[in-house]
Design a protein around this ligand. Structure first.
Ligand SMILES: NC(=O)N[C@@H](CC(=O)O)C(=O)O
Ligand SMILES: [Zn+2]
Ligand SMILES: [Zn+2]
Length: 433
């Protein structure tokens, strides 16, 4: 049994206090907690002076690649990256090979997560068979499986057919599920390579227009309202998308949205390097879009930050732009990017970060033991974070099997010092425990 006493941690950035973890729970919180002599030898004391304690982070959008692309990532390596990033739960996207469109595949991914033990893995179920967008997958069987799927997505592909989207939204109501849409109108984005604008013309790369994202988001908000169901918008990236979600929320519709760290920091100007490390879907947008996404995250229009951690092996990224795969790593740098773009700029407090990166994603995914406040009796899912240090990102030091981080060589603020999953450390001293 592990017992940990975290001395002088600042819960959500507040006053320093002690947190005692025992039996997988937060057993006590208070100043100068003393340990009874009888159990003292069994208690590990961690000096958390200057560290911020946050609830274990929850990612609603992670690509773990297993089964099928174990050359890019495995459940084991991807959840190591998650733990190092401060996550205690991740939702694993369904675009694997085979696709996670049956109870059998989601149970396999869920079981691999338990065996690896670095963080809890909640599989996302595909909306349509094989992500083909033709026929609904067995949503009910995935919901009833041991994996208890609540989030359904064809991510990587858009559920473009409005009739199928409507049926999926209707179907998931039966088990309080949510459809997470990758909003990309396919005809408007054929062979699209980067954000459509003056720059895409100059670079000679086919453009991915904002309207292709916004049209699907608007349609899906209307559909969700029409059938009274729950919609989640994946990786929203444009100013117009923020406005549409703000409008849908003002109507009282059950719509939530996520933004990715890279859409809070990076812009389409980076495509001028022709370095596919910056190739991602949806694409990096303009500085005005980044501003609008930050504002939407600050005012709560955008509910959560999700990483869209999308590992790719070097042969799929180290090639010319047009041939390269879309996607970038995210788990090990997410909290630092959020600190740099949202906290250090005064747009969010650490309590807001807990909401956007733990409580809200857990609520959307209907998780019970994650996204809970740091309070006595709650599950001991805790991250200790040092906001005062800076580090230079080294791709070669990442736990992920892939190396496609756009932040290599950048100085970022903050470092995850420790992560606890049900009272057991998965990370200590910034290294896997
Ligand atoms: N985001 C990406 O650029 N790529 C994702 C798919 C996706 O999230 O749409 C992937 O699976 O590689
Ligand atoms: Zn996507
Ligand atoms: Zn994705």
């Amino acid at each position: 049994m592990s017992r940990y006493l975290l001395k002088k941690a600042r819960i959500l950035g507040g006053e320093a206090t002690d947190i005692y973890l025992e039996d997988g729970r937060i057993f006590a919180i208070g100043s100068d907690l003393a340990v009874a002599d009888a159990i003292a030898p069994e208690v590990e004391v961690i000096d958390a002076t200057g560290l911020i304690a946050l609830p274990g982070l929850v990612d609603l959008h992670t690509h773990l690649r297993e089964p099928g692309r174990e050359d890019a990532e495995t459940v084991d390596t991807g959840t190591q990256a998650a733990a190092l990033g401060g996550f205690t739960a991740v939702h694993a996207m369904a675009n694997t090979d085979p696709v996670a469109d049956t109870a059998g595949v989601v149970e396999q991914v869920w079981r691999l997560g338990r065996e690896a033990g670095h963080c809890d893995v909640f599989p996302v179920g595909a909306v349509t068979v094989g992500l083909k967008g033709e026929q609904l997958a067995e949503l009910g069987a995935m919901a009833d499986s041991a994996a208890r799927v609540r989030v359904f997505s064809d991510d990587g592909k858009c559920v473009a057919d409005p009739v199928l989207m409507r049926r999926a939204l209707e179907y998931v109501k039966a088990f309080d599920g949510v459809v997470a849409q990758h909003a990309q109108e396919p005809r408007l984005t054929e062979d699209a390579q980067m954000n459509e604008g003056e720059l895409s013309g100059r670079l000679g790369l086919r453009g991915w227009p904002a309207v292709a994202e916004e049209a699907i988001i608007a349609r899906d908000c209307l559909l969700a309202a029409h059938v009274g169901s729950r919609l989640h918008v994946c990786h929203l990236s444009t100013a117009g998308s923020v406005e549409i979600v703000r409008w849908a929320k003002s109507k009282g519709w059950n719509v939530t949205a996520e933004a990715c760290p890279h859409h809070l920091l990076l812009t389409d100007e980076l495509a001028a390097t022709y370095d596919p490390i910056y190739k991602v879907n949806p694409p990096l947008r303009t500085a005005a879009d980044v501003e609008a996404v930050r504002a939407g995250l600050a005012d709560g229009t955008i509910d959560i930050v999700a990483t869209d951690h999308a590992p790719h092996p070097h042969e799929d990224k180290d090639c010319e732009w047009q041939a390269a795969a879309f996607g970038m790593l995210g788990l090990e740098t997410a909290l630092s990017i959020v600190q740099a773009t949202m906290v250090d700029t005064g747009a969010l407090t650490w309590a807001d970060v807990a909401e956007r990166m733990s409580y809200a994603p857990a609520r959307i995914g209907r998780l019970e033991d994650h996204g809970r406040p740091l309070a006595e009796g709650e599950p001991a899912n805790v991250v200790l974070y040092d906001p005062a240090v800076t580090r230079t990102v080294e791709a070669s030091e990442m736990a992920s099997l892939s190396r496609n981080t756009p932040y290599a060589g950048m100085e970022l603020p903050g470092r995850v010092v420790a992560t606890f999953l049900r009272g057991r450390p998965t990370v200590l001293d910034g290294k896997l425990a």
